[in-house]
Design a protein around this ligand. Structure first.
Ligand SMILES: Nc1ncnc2c1ncn2[C@@H]1O[C@H](COP(=O)(O)OP(=O)(O)OP(=O)(O)O)[C@@H](O)[C@H]1O
Length: 296
């Protein structure tokens, strides 16, 4: 079997905050195989985004983090070669965020964004050829007037159109691994559902593995092959999505699932904010991750 496209082992992270350091990850281990769709779920503040942004090498660029553990992305050990990782972004690695405006440059037309992304893979690509590829990619995400889109600035397009543009841009270089952090959460439910379906279908076509981050278990159930449940910076449960949903082993997962109907509408369950109640060994059952365990 080939090596996983992402392997995180026992990752701990502290983030500098006013007056000290904050421990945010306490030994995260997870892996994603080629072409797999894996979800990281948990309530707000549990550490989903920090985990993904460290794996992308993004957070380290902005903050002085205290990190231990190993992160291997597409065969590169993170930390030993930050430059290699930077070069991989936009080629082997791609990302989609909740808000397309976080990524799209407001003063660049969509055509310019495509040219830049395509030049990361093929620096000498001609503009005409790049626009031809971009038009195909836009049609793939059901934007049927690609010339209009290519000539527009992001603010001239709707939220749903920008989200589709993001998916087309992220997948045009056929990445090995895509990080999708709460994509489309700001959109209405039916638009979000369609864009996620497109992302799943196009990802599958290119054998792109996807790390999908969400607090919406309804969406995760539809989307992911496997799921890791994260709580206060720890993986408390992992497994095949159907199995975890049918037979949750950990009390925290059960609490998340019990709130599923309201989560499907974007609400989070009312979970204790200030206690570590669900870390109590009392809640550990077969199938739950033990502290420090490397999930396989
Ligand atoms: N730049 C930062 N500076 C300080 N603390 C941070 C920073 N980014 C994240 N944190 C802290 O790290 C912890 C994990 O945050 P993270 O954003 O990973 O949560 P999340 O599970 O993705 O939540 P959400 O669903 O709200 O995005 C939180 O306690 C958060 O306050």
């Amino acid at each position: 079997m080939t090596a996983p496209v992402l392997q995180i082992r026992d990752l701990t992270a502290t983030i500098p905050v006013l007056g000290g350091q904050k421990d945010v990850l306490h030994g995260i281990s997870l892996h994603i195989n080629a072409g797999e769709r894996v979800a990281l779920v948990g309530e707000s503040g549990s550490g989903k985004s920090v985990t993904a942004r460290i794996a992308m090498g993004l957070l380290q660029e902005d903050l002085k983090l205290g990190l231990t553990g190993d992160v291997d992305v597409a065969g590169h050990r993170l930390g030993s070669n930050a430059r290699a990782l930077r070069q991989m972004r936009g080629r082997e690695l791609a990302m989609i965020f909740q808000d397309p405006m976080e990524t799209l440059n407001p003063v660049i037309r969509i055509g310019g964004e495509f040219l830049e992304v395509l030049r990361r893979r093929e620096p000498r690509i001609r503009r005409a050829r790049a626009m031809e590829l971009a038009r195909d990619a836009l049609r793939d995400v059901e934007l049927n007037d690609p010339d209009m889109v290519l000539g527009s600035y992001p603010f001239q397009l709707s939220g749903g159109m920008n989200q589709r543009v993001m998916i087309a841009l992220a997948l045009i270089n056929r990445p090995t691994l895509l990080f999708a952090d709460e994509p489309g959460t700001a959109l209405d439910v039916s638009v979000q559902a369609r864009t996620l379906t497109l992302m799943r279908e196009l990802g599958a076509r290119n054998d792109t593995a996807i790390l999908f981050i969400s607090h919406n278990l309804g969406v995760v159930r539809e989307f992911a092959d496997r799921v890791y449940v994260i709580y206060r910076g720890r993986i408390v449960e992992h497994g095949r999505t159907d199995q975890v949903f049918a037979n949750p082993g950990h009390a925290y997962t059960r609490a998340l699932l019990s709130a599923l109907p309201s989560i499907a509408h974007g609400d989070l369950p009312d979970l204790p904010e200030t206690s570590d109640a669900f870390l109590d060994p009392l809640y550990l059952h077969e199938g739950c991750a033990e502290p420090g365990e490397t999930p396989r």
